[in-house]
Design a binder for this molecule. Sequence first.
Ligand code: K7E
Ligand code: CUA
Length: 654
Amino acid sequence: MDKKSIKGLFVLLLTCLVIFAGCGKSKNKGPLVESDAPSKVYVEPGKYDEFYAFVSGGFSGQLAVYGLPSGRLLRVVPVFSQNPENGWGYTEETKPMLNTSYGFVPWDDSHHSELSMKDGVPDGRWLFINGNNTPRIARVNLSTFRTEEIIEIPNSAGNHSSPFITPGTEYVVAGTRFSIPVENRDVPIESYKENFKGTLSFLKVNPSSGEMDIAFQLITPGFDYDLSHAGKGPSDGWFFFSCYNSEQSYSLLEVNASQKDKDFILAVNWKKIEELVAKGVGKEMPASYVHNVYDDKKHSGTSETRKSVKVLYPNDVEGAMYYMPCPKSPHGADVDPTGEFIVGGGKLATVIPVFSFSKMTKAINEKKFDGDVEGIPVLKYEEVLAGEVQQPGLGPLHTEFDDKGYAYTSMFVSSEIVKWKVDTREVVDRLPVYYSVGHLLIPGGDSKKPWGKYLVSMNKITKDRFLPTGPELSQSSQLIDISGDKMKLLLDFPTVGEPHYAQAIPADLISKNSLKIFKIEENAHPYGIKSEKDARVERKGNEVHVYMSAIRSHLTPDNIEGVKVGDDVYFHLTNLEQDWDIPHGFTIMGNQNSELLVMPGETCTIKWTPKAPGIYPYYCTDFCSALHQEMQGYMRVSDKNSNVQIKFNSNQGK
Ligand code: K7E
Ligand code: CUA
């Protein structure tokens, strides 16, 4: 190589470096955070976060709980997916919770978390979350951080526009994403227009127990019902569902369901329908769906199958449903804190349409219709529109609100959060996020009273934000300060699964009610024991029931003999502790199941079927005291035909 070409190479290299550095700047790091950002997210050791954030797990099926502003992961609450870490879905007590009409389903795709509300403000009692794939809604008790109810939604497929609630938690809704034949049956797919229907289910919530019950189901035209939100204030009594595929296509949807300029937001007057139902309108339709409930005293779940559901057709509820045209394939349907404005997130639209509730009621009264769809009047776009946000960015998906009259919309395609003024629809700020934001959250941001201090952007694509971890990267969330005029990026943190929606609430609304122990005297588990004296082993045919207790630092009984190959051994472990944060665990060698992790005062059961004679050690899996390692025992398993009798060492008098 001569000098000239070396020089040429050098220049080329330098150019590459400059270009590369340029790429790096625009794509790699984003704007630098302000110098006060660290102090805004730093939570001193021993201090608590200001907010709890409840983040849906997406394809993990679970719910993750983070502290804000620190972004610290506090807990993963198992909901729709089995969790071997604590036995959820593996223990005899929790298996019924994952029962469905399709059998035992140990997984789901959980998208939207929604806190219970009182007078339109989150109250911290319960959290609802949807199972998208096998249509279900779960309710988590926020004093125990446990799933205590799961109800299946019949006549639904892809329970996506769910589980949004009314301002007083009167109803939680479940709209179907996929339309299917109702009742589901074997028909040609080409008969879509004739046979496929949407359904919107309204589940009544018991105000004291939180238990859900399907009150009625609306059978609607065969569109894809995507998302929803309840009205509030003046619009309380209404529910708004976005829908796409008003083309009613059933193949190549990316093209065929994007033909029309406008799809719809369906406005449903649920109060009116509630009155009609009370008068006896609607008919029972046979259906099969399960309702699973967990009892905190029996420490057990039960699953019950229900056999019918009340359905209503558009002509049963005349004057209670209206379609509002909404630009191109809307996603989010979000109602501002005043209840006057309904924001559509047209993912393929170039504007953000903002609808006016008062204009909508006027248009209904004056019958400003543009035809109908299967008997549901279509309102005229201009008559219901408050205005459009012009040039907001690309791919508007979801909108949340602060307490100062601003809206924040996630832009999937242009990867940014756009802040705009709700009443004038004027864009006032935009902040790039990394990358491709889906949902966003503001504490109380879909309620009447947002605590508008932070915004969390939940991004779909992480790329270069964290240390690489092979082909799969964790999803990324970004905490943004929205207390001032300009949004300020504060923190990136990884999340569990693929968060779709999340909600946050001031910590004291939850922490003050947090349960510390289950009272042992209230333990009503049929196999629970109240003291070590009751620990024992009983044989019933080929079932062996071990009534075992755990307390620092021994398991009772610690030696068991007389179990035979082929027996079904049930370990019922009661944790006798009455101290906060002292669980005991349990497992036995070769256990084909998960471990048990038993909270103070609780009883849990694991089933084990030994396959070969021998000695099988068992032990506590949770490091509970200095003598945790001594918390162990032996099980002797004999041959099928042996005559070793049941015998156990209960430590009494030692
Ligand atoms: Cu709420 Cu992701 Cu289910 Cu939008 S969906 S992102
Ligand atoms: Cu109990 Cu370790």
